[in-house]
Design a protein around this ligand. Structure first.
Ligand SMILES: [Zn+2]
Length: 374
């Protein structure tokens, strides 16, 4: 991974490059930010830059032997540590990062912005607790006892230090506080408040924000032949989380705005047969899909509600969404819109609690339909 392959984060990249150049490197840093952002990618690019043999002004060369090894996540001077759980192949003390490295590489290839639940699912250990064990801590101590083989720095990258077992964390405290010369601890966390305070307090923290809607949309455009409105909808629902955006791309068969408009037309014309058919197709969506569709519908309704007060350029709605929101605004009163939002919020809550989706959707449709015929 090189800085050039990561969208946005210009200032942060400059800062990391500057630190690397001045060689005033903090020996332990905790990079943290929300799920689906570029935390891990940026740290990997930072390590590649640190160890590159032919650094360019603002990026690693991508071609030297160090860069090539980093691309494969197989650099002898970089120790990768991540939470694990027992797998079919490795159980007990053998379920450590070193043994599961091949799985982790394959996982990151498939889910470059994946999070703990994806990793757990990938390992096939959904119901088992992930953790970074004492054995992993032993491996870290072993790694830092050796000098770097071919680079200036020995790097310990800990992905999700929130999973450090207390005993493992305790055995690392001294090393993190005062590592051997040219040894760096780089921690990448999604929930820094869950990282043991003894570890957290020994690190310098670097906040890495979520992607902006625009960055996320640009990344999607590069990868998928989607319509502009679909991209805008996905970017909005993903809320800066590229991991979620990728899942939405794979789950979204249609277009949420078209679905929502069609739904409203059916309610308006009180087309009961088709409303039942739609309720059936709603039932067939995944639970995440049902939540996303309701979440999206809520977004359009809220737009309609605030349209009157907010400046158009301040809203997150696209032009076509604004047009539809305007129509809704002309048809419904302020109070009616508020009631709909209340109903949809309620439905969203019930979806999470596994209420029969068909009945839920039909009930919601009929309530909305009745609004049109006082
Ligand atoms: Zn290089």
């Amino acid at each position: 991974m090189r800085f050039g392959a990561i969208r946005g984060y210009t200032l942060l990249k400059q800062r990391l490059i500057h630190i690397a150049k001045t060689q005033k490197l903090p020996h332990a840093q905790l990079f943290w930010g929300p799920e689906g952002n570029a935390s891990l990618s940026l740290v990997l690019a930072f390590i590649a830059y640190l160890n590159c043999q032919h650094r360019l002004e603002e990026d690693a060369c991508g071609q030297c032997s160090s860069c090539l090894k980093m691309q494969k996540l197989a650099h002898p001077d970089v120790k990768f540590v991540f939470p694990t759980s027992a797998t079919k192949q490795f159980t007990g003390k053998d379920a450590v990062s070193t043994n599961l490295m091949q799985n982790w590489r394959a996982f990151l290839h498939e889910y470059p912005y994946g999070q703990d639940s994806d990793w757990s699912y990938y390992l096939g250990s959904e119901n088992k607790q992930l953790s970074i064990s004492k054995e992993d801590a032993k491996d870290i101590m072993q790694a830092i006892s050796l000098k770097a083989f071919e680079s200036t720095y020995k790097v310990i990258l800990i992905w999700l230090p929130e999973y450090l077992h207390v005993a493992a964390a305790n055995s690392l405290l001294k090393a993190i506080e005062e590592p051997p010369p040219h040894t760096l601890f780089l921690l990448v966390s999604i929930h820094p408040s869950n990282v043991l305070s003894t570890i957290r307090s020994r690190t310098q923290q670097v906040h890495i924000p979520a992607f902006s809607d625009k960055e996320l949309a640009n990344m999607l455009v590069q990868r998928y032949p989607l319509k502009q409105d679909q991209i805008a909808q996905i970017a909005l629902l993903a809320n800066g989380n590229f991991n979620k955006a990728l899942k939405l791309v794979h789950n979204t068969k249609g277009d949420y705005l078209e679905h929502f408009k069609h739904w409203m037309r059916l309610c308006y014309t009180y087309n009961l047969t088709q409303l039942v058919a739609q309720a059936v197709s709603f039932q067939e969506m995944s639970r995440a899909g049902q939540r996303d569709f309701l979440g999206y519908s809520l977004h359009v309704l809220r737009e309609a509600l605030v349209l009157h007060f907010a400046q158009e350029k301040l809203t997150r709605a696209s032009t076509v969404e604004q047009e539809f929101a305007k129509k809704l605004r002309q048809t419904l009163t302020h109070q009616q819109l508020k009631t709909w939002i209340f109903w949809l919020n309620q439905a969203y809550y019930y979806v999470e609690r596994h209420i029969n989706p068909k009945i839920l959707y039909l009930d919601l449709s009929l309530k909305i339909a009745r609004t049109f015929r006082p």
